[in-house]
Design a protein around this ligand. Structure first.
Ligand code: CTP
Length: 401
């Protein structure tokens, strides 16, 4: 489950006390867990406990200005690979069955296009009630997977069906779900991301505004499909994606050398904004400003082109090399000639003109250019672009095999 993202919704049942353990077990398997605590859930387990074990912010309130600002209900569900509701009370099951959205949990569930798993937990009379059974049948018919419940002694001192499955049992179910959804298992990928910094002297450098959001999202999406992924990242503010081997570099030459070390690979995606030039001679000590002297005349030299180098390898050329084309004018025609010039298989053209907000923004509008033509993708989040590209790569290898 390395690199998978689970949104855990904790609703109000006594079994919520098992949730910190459930989170810990998921984290042990390399899963990123974001917790969403309902009002009822908060009566049984604290946000602080869940935050401590998940090492992520815990979301609670639909109308919290800060929660909606940092991550709204739509993003919260979309930026997960799976939604798990544990414990799932009779109440939340009923709300889900009838499409209610009166709090953050039910709104996130309704706004989601991701697989949903529920681990019911309730008194056995409530569980066996025809209303609950009918609601569960409705959810199952819509594709929701139900884990448990188990038979046993209950907190209300009765015996029967309604105990939430143990955390290890729940984790095993998610494990096998993810294991059957790893179409890139056995493939290796390298992804470049972020800017490069080219030193002028020990304190100054030539760099650019690339955030690394797109490259990191691609690496994460490939790893989530089971691809053994190495991310070679220039200096960025992005956190290392879970389940990805991350190599941190500064300059273009370091990036190229890390790419060569990561070979052989089946897939190379060059999303980094590599600096085209570097200072011809890097000065070992800080260049001082002499009074009245003219500014230094910076002599530049070309950096290696990593994408072209990987595309033109004779031995160890990755089967699929994907480049990016950051353009401000004639986006498609410039990107098409860039694909031919560099000899990569696919190129993703994006308009980086300042009005598009692409640089440093969360969204991207791209065109995928292959030997077969141009696909115009609608504007979507960089995370979604990463997922869509990983799906296209999966389809490519599916077609090729
Ligand atoms: N690239 C690279 N190494 C370089 C320059 C670019 O690997 N030294 C890669 C980028 O990662 C991207 C593609 O080449 O995948 C195109 O980058 P882009 O900046 O759009 O094009 P350039 O080659 O730099 O050409 P120009 O700036 O003239 O458009």
């Amino acid at each position: 489950m390395d690199g998978k993202r689970v949104l855990l919704i904790v609703s109000g049942g006594i079994a919520a006390y098992k949730c910190p353990d459930l989170v810990r077990r998921l984290r042990e398997r390399g899963t990123l867990v974001r917790c969403l605590l309902t009002q009822g859930g908060a009566e049984f387990v604290t946000a602080l406990a869940l935050q401590a074990v998940s090492e992520e912010k815990v979301y609670q309130n639909l109308f919290s200005l800060t929660d909606e600002n940092e991550m709204g209900h739509i993003r919260l569900s979309r930026e997960s690979d799976l939604i798990l509701i544990a414990p799932a009370t009779a109440n939340i099951i009923a709300k889900m069955a009838h499409g209610q959205a009166d709090d953050l949990a039910t709104t996130a569930i309704l706004a989601s296009d991701k697989p949903v798993f529920i681990a019911p937990a309730m008194n056995h009379y409530m569980y066996n009630h025809p209303a609950t059974q009918a609601n569960l049948a409705l959810l199952i018919a819509r594709g929701v997977t139900v884990i448990g419940p188990e038979e046993g002694n209950m907190a209300c001192r009765e015996f029967g069906m309604g105990r939430m499955s143990e955390p290890l049992e729940i984790v095993a179910k998610l494990d096998s779900f993810f294991a059957t959804n790893l179409p890139l298992k056995g493939k290796r990928a390298l992804v470049t991301s972020g800017p490069t910094f080219e030193a002028i002297d020990p304190v100054r450098f030539i760099g650019n505004r690339s955030s690394g959001k797109q490259g990191h999202a691609i690496a994460r999406a490939l790893a989530a499909l089971g691809c053994q992924t190495t991310l070679i990242s220039g200096p960025t503010q992005q956190t290392d994606p879970i389940g990805v081997c991350v190599v941190h570099v500064e300059s273009a030459r370091e990036m190229l050398s890390a790419c060569e070390t990561a070979l052989p690979a089946d897939i190379a995606v060059c999303a980094a904004a590599v600096s085209d030039w570097r200072a011809k001679s890097e000065v070992g000590s800080k260049i001082k400003k002499a009074a009245g002297a003219a500014p230094p005349n910076l002599k530049l030299t070309d950096n290696p082109d990593i994408l072209a180098t990987l595309s033109q390898l004779v031995i160890k050329r990755p089967e699929l090399v994907v480049g990016f084309a950051a353009e401000t004018d004639d986006v498609i025609s410039n990107a098409t000639s860039k694909r031919k010039r560099k000899e990569c298989d696919w190129i993703i053209a994006n308009d980086v003109s300042p009005h598009t907000g692409t640089f440093n923004g969360d969204a991207n509008k791209v065109h995928l250019i292959t030997s077969g033509g141009v696909e115009n993708w609608p504007k979507m989040s960089k995370i979604k672009v990463g997922e869509k590209l990983a799906e296209r790569i999966t389809a490519h290898f599916g077609d090729a095999s």
